[in-house]
Ligand binder design. Structure first.
Ligand code: TYD
Length: 202
């Protein structure tokens, strides 16, 4: 049996996951694993085209959810499943938990509809571990303000992110074996120390 693992990174915009992904990838590589680093929406040529639409075009909220899962279907087929089959580890910047949090929590699409899409697109595949970077909303927003031109999601109001964060935390409570909730409102060195512990226990 291959020991390859599928690790996903989640959190509201501004939680800091982009800072921590390269650090975790480096830890895994130092441990001798081949690592495929990817992201959602995106990760394939078609997926990146869908990402450009998803991040910048207004659309019906069900269209948005369907396109997220369409991109994901492609991503699993072209990148995630082949990598795991080869024995490579996969690190993805977001996966289906983001659809539950953003489309379900943020945009209030019925969770049951998202569960149907999840069943359809990846009934047999779940991340082995999901690192949820959690910060209070005001901290996340302050970090975003210094970032580049905001995309469609980043322009949402505080209530949207509050619902998104709540849905992430609800899922973490629902799937405690898979989730690690990381308090990301701390100095980077402290967060890295926690990540090092988590990865060495994997
Ligand atoms: P993000 O991962 O934050 O990338 P960047 O750091 O470049 O801004 O951007 C992706 C956006 O897409 C983010 O706002 C969350 C959103 N998203 C969803 O709404 N649903 C999903 O299923 C996924 C994967 C992402």
């Amino acid at each position: 049996m291959k020991s390859a693992k599928f690790i996903t990174f989640e959190g509201i915009d501004g939680a800091g996951k982009s800072t921590h992904i390269p650090f975790v990838v480096q830890l895994l590589e130092q441990a001798g694993h081949n690592v495929v680093t990817t992201r959602e929406p995106g990760g394939t040529e078609l997926g990146e085209q869908l990402r450009a639409l998803l991040l910048h075009q207004n659309m019906h909220l069900e269209t948005e959810a369907l396109l997220m899962f369409a991109a994901r279907r492609e991503h699993i087929d072209k990148v995630i499943a082949p990598a795991l089959a080869r024995g490579d580890w996969v690190v993805s910047d977001r996966f289906t938990d983001a659809s539950f949090a953003y489309q379900g929590g943020g945009r209030q699409l019925a969770i049951a509809k998202l569960e149907q899409l999840e069943q359809w697109v990846h009934a047999d595949l779940q991340p082995d571990m999901t690192l949820l970077f959690d910060v209070p909303l005001d901290v996340a927003r302050a970090r975003l303000q210094s970032a580049r031109e905001p995309d469609k999601f980043e322009q949402e109001q505080a209530e949207f992110f509050s619902r998104t964060r709540d849905e992430y935390l609800r899922r973490a409570a629902q799937f405690p074996a898979r989730f690690r909730v990381i308090n990301a409102n701390r100095p980077i060195a402290e967060i890295q120390a926690e990540l090092t512990r988590i990865i060495s226990n994997l």
